[in-house]
Design a protein around this ligand. Sequence first.
Ligand code: TYM
Length: 343
Amino acid sequence: MSQAATRRVLSGIQPTADSFHLGNYLGALRQWVALQDSYETFYCVVDLHAITVPTEPADLRRRSRRAAAQLVAMGVDPARSALFVQSHVPEHAELAWVLGCLTGFGEANQMTQFKDKSAKQGTAAASVGLFTYPILQAADILLYSPPPGAGELLVPVGEDQRQHLELSRTLAQRFNHRYGETFVLPDAHIPKATAKITDLQEPTAKMSKSSSTPQGIIDVLDEPGVARRKIMRAITDTGTEVTADEQNKPGVTNLLRIFSALAGEPIEDLERRYAGTGYGQFKKDLAQLTVDTLAPIRERTEKLLADDDQLDRILGQGAERASAVATRTMAIVRDRVGFVGRG
Ligand code: TYM
């Protein structure tokens, strides 16, 4: 790769709750922060995705700002990253249309997240937007593609997004094949240790905004006492040994993964430290570590939320930087697809 290679990162998060949770933080957002050191980074609050399920306008507006505030509080640096709201850059929706026209109905129908999310009310009641959701996600990603052969495009996400990432690679490839080399194929960045943080009450299921009970989920903005209680009451498994064993001890294994990620210590070291101590001390220490990690994020978020104007300025600047790239990509796409240029 030449020295002038453009190394970009793009990722997104839905503003569908008042707080992000520990799964978002460990699975994705910590990587967002770390990658700022070596990549040109674009981070997007995906409000268009949020309306694929019924959403109150006031909730959406509040949660979009809360999302941005939490990201900055976690270390997304607006001076280095373009932090923006998806609906501010209309090219996302425009490219999604073009990519939708390259996606087979049967292919879209393979997406397991649609099946999961529409299972409750049935597919007939689900929106078409929910069905085409992964195509919009592919557009989010590919808009920020460097020219092919001149760079890379990395997408830090949790394991649950792997299939969507595969679709975005397929669509990039198909577009390139049909219209000429336009996009690099994006690479998923899914560190294994934190790829799937699970529910504290149901440790074989993903920790999730939509399906976890409040006791199963640690919110980034939980009051310290609340977070502590949730960890102390987390389901542990039969036996007393603090050892990782996915099959037989999914609860303890999940807590060990969280501990290891927060402390930056290998799981084996933790197993050694807690050999023979039982679950109590281990949970107490994990609760303290969690509170110590989240408290400063919560404080910074509250400060940022006290000044809407400043937050909106940050998002305005982010949208400007994102737009500069997105409009360039879209101009190339329009031309390649054969749309007549505007005179
Ligand atoms: P969302 O908003 O559900 O989640 C944001 C990020 O958090 C990760 N994540 C987890 N990681 C580990 N363990 C968990 N329990 C856990 N729960 C959530 C998700 O994998 C994700 O990385 N479709 C995306 C949003 C999106 C996007 C994009 C992502 C839209 N456009 C473009 C990347 C690139 C979503 O719903 O994430």
